[in-house]
Design a protein around this ligand. Structure first.
Ligand SMILES: [Zn+2]
Length: 474
């Protein structure tokens, strides 16, 4: 039998507000344990929460960018559960009236564009962290993360493979980065996914029993977990055993999922409207103001780069796929670099160096000003392309000043035509045979002779000028 995998995603994204959702404690990552908390986020009796306006703004803007309907009258609800990382024993979330619903996101797949439906997007607070100390055989609580604002984005079960899931997450990540509402650092847990997965006979319309894999925080782990869980479920069904609805934990080291607990239903959480927070009304004027503020998103920008700058589709897609690359590109162009040159340097040498250094674009030290200076030197004929590549490689890690580097290493191109001519004459005297072959029409020798001239000039001449000088000398 042929099986079809059906996947839905719940993605938790930490918002990049300076302060927490219901108090003024910092949201900064890390810090000594229990130094970023106050009585409000610790849920002490007698304290009252106040909603952070920025959280509502960021959530609404994310909803708008994901083509959702925005809920005008919002409410918060209490989700009750008892776990040591949650000192209040309830999480303030939105169950009945989430801030955004019924959205859609277009992703690129091998078979063209596909639309993923967004079921809802809601605001909630994060829980703390448990730190296990195997030496002391103790578990300690760090409540710094309690009350950090989150949005949870829930899709419909529209994915059919791990590749589609990754394409969606990349689009989501880039959208949120464009908006500036989250740093989306997966390694710090700013973006983490729960994967709901079931299998069914290909062609069937009914959904199979699903399992949920929680808190996956790398693309690699997501792909491997989907692959493993798909195989596990198919195997069970083919053996005539049922798939049990449950939450499973992905173990990266063992490359397998393990049963954690049977999946809770909504009623297990005893949700009820949060009595300490009034309903939240969003006016049409407020939403219109947010719509006006939305930046140009990847899709629109990609089309503009092709039309305005003549970038090939692939290049435009690669640059607009990451906000850090877009910012770098636009600044380099604003400093006078021809757009195509800027794109070529970025997608060629820059990507290569990033890969070698194992860095992300947003971590690199190289500045747009320095790349623009390098491109300007090439454009002005001060250094040739070959030298420029070497200079780029050298200045990249520490962002050394391009002009200073070229100057101190004496890399400026030989622009004196008399010197090029003299060198060509020397080479002609030294290589009479090659010159004869070139005269006889053997074009392949041109490269050899050019190499000889370039060698004598330490590679600093303009190849076009050298070729010209050889031609006229013939
Ligand atoms: Zn606090």
């Amino acid at each position: 039998m042929t099986w079809e995998t059906v996947i839905g995603l719940e993605t938790h994204v930490e918002l990049a507000t300076k302060t927490k959702i219901f108090c003024s404690c910092t949201t900064a990552f890390g810090g000594a344990p229990n130094t970023h908390c106050c009585p409000v986020c610790m849920g002490m009796p007698g304290t009252l929460p106040v909603v952070n306006k920025k959280v509502v703004e960021f959530a609404a803007r994310a909803g708008l960018a994901l083509n959702c309907e925005i809920t005008r009258r919002n409410r918060f609800d209490r989700k009750n559960y008892f776990y040591p990382d949650l000192p209040k024993a309830y999480q303030v979330s939105q169950l009945y009236l989430p801030i955004a619903r019924n959205g859609r996101v277009a992703i690129s797949t091998e078979d063209g564009e596909k639309e993923i439906r967004i079921h809802e997007l809601h605001m909630e607070e994060d829980a703390g962290k448990l730190v296990h100390d195997p030496w002391l055989d103790q578990t300690r609580c760090d409540y710094n993360r309690c009350g950090v604002p989150l949005i949870e984005i829930v899709t419909e079960p529209d994915f059919r493979s791990g590749t589609e899931v990754i394409a969606y997450l990349e689009t989501l990540k880039s959208t949120l980065e464009y908006l500036g509402v989250s740093d989306c650092k997966m390694q710090e847990g700013s973006l983490r996914c729960d994967v709901n997965l079931s299998v069914r006979p290909a062609g069937s319309q009914t959904l199979g029993t699903r399992t949920e894999m929680k808190n996956l925080n790398s693309f690699k782990a997501i792909l491997r977990a989907i692959d493993y869980e798909t195989k596990r479920q198919i195997e069970r069904l083919e053996e005539g055993k049922p798939v049990v609805q449950e939450t499973r934990r992905w173990d990266d080291n063992k490359d397998a999922t393990f049963s954690m607990r049977s999946k809770e239903d909504t009623q297990d959480y005893r949700y009820f409207p949060e009595p300490d927070l009034p309903p939240l009304e969003l006016s049409e004027e407020y939403l219109e103001g947010l719509r006006q503020q939305q930046p140009e998103m990847a899709h629109a920008r990609r089309a503009r780069y092709q039309a305005e700058y003549g970038l090939p589709e692939q290049d435009a897609a690669l640059i607009t796929g990451q906000k850090a690359l877009v910012d770098f590109f636009e600044e380099t162009v604003a400093l006078g670099a021809p757009p195509k040159e800027a794109a070529n340097w970025m997608l060629g040498e820059m990507m290569r160096r990033l890969k070698e250094e194992g860095q992300e674009p947003k971590e690199m030290k190289l500045t747009p000003a320095n790349l623009a200076a390098l491109i300007a030197l090439v454009e002005a004929g001060k250094i040739n392309r070959n030298t420029a590549t070497k200079v780029f490689r050298a200045i990249f890690p520490e962002n050394m000043d391009v002009k200073e580097y070229v100057c101190t290493h004496g890399l400026e191109q030989v622009s004196d035509p008399a010197l090029v001519e003299r060198t060509v004459e020397e080479v002609f005297r030294a290589q009479p045979q090659a010159v004869e072959q070139l005269r006889a029409g053997n074009g392949k020798v041109m490269g050899f002779l050019m190499g000889q001239v370039m060698g004598r000039l330490q590679g600093k001449a303009d190849p076009g000028a050298v070729r010209e000088a050889i031609r006229s000398k013939l």
